[in-house]
Design a protein around this ligand. Structure first.
Ligand SMILES: [Zn+2]
Length: 155
């Protein structure tokens, strides 16, 4: 929900955004919103489960780091982002842009993606190692667990 609001409020023209909201029918809007809710909570929770079983101390959503990484491992200076495929424009089945208002969504998602790249670069310059996990990678839990462990172990 938080990200949903952020995206709308970051529009360059508020009136424009409002009229966009109005063009959604009620079922469309609730479908979109439940999709967003599911995508914001599910993947992070799954990663949290994996990470909690490992012996690394971590913190969630540290606001003084660029882009508020989802998982921060301060002792080893590593961060993990869990990115929803839709919001981060991943070219996979989960990242498909809706057929209506293509231009609008394309702009939003492009700017999300660019912001992500900029922030990851900032973090790396600050000496943090960054791992991005995409929502669709969670289909293979064993693989993602191995990937996480390798990332955390690596010096
Ligand atoms: Zn994906």
């Amino acid at each position: 929900m938080v990200r949903y609001r952020n995206v709308w409020s970051k529009g360059s023209d508020n009136n424009n955004c409002l009229s966009m909201v109005d063009t959604l029918t009620r079922p469309e809007r609730s479908a979109r919103m439940s999709l967003i809710r599911a995508k914001n909570t599910g993947p992070e929770r799954q990663i949290q489960k994996i990470v909690s079983g490992l012996s690394y101390r971590y913190q969630r959503h540290i606001s003084d780091l660029p882009s508020k990484p989802d998982f921060v491992f301060p002792r080893i200076k590593k961060v993990v982002f869990v990115n929803g495929c839709f919001w981060h424009g991943h070219r996979c089945s989960l990242g498909r842009i809706p057929k209506s208002r293509v231009g609008f969504w394309t702009n939003k998602i492009d700017s999300n993606r660019e912001r992500g790249v900029r922030n990851r670069r900032k973090l790396r310059r600050m000496g943090w190692k960054v791992l991005v996990i995409r929502e669709c990678q969670l289909f293979d839990q064993a693989k993602i667990k191995t990937k996480l462990i390798q990332f955390l172990k690596k010096s």
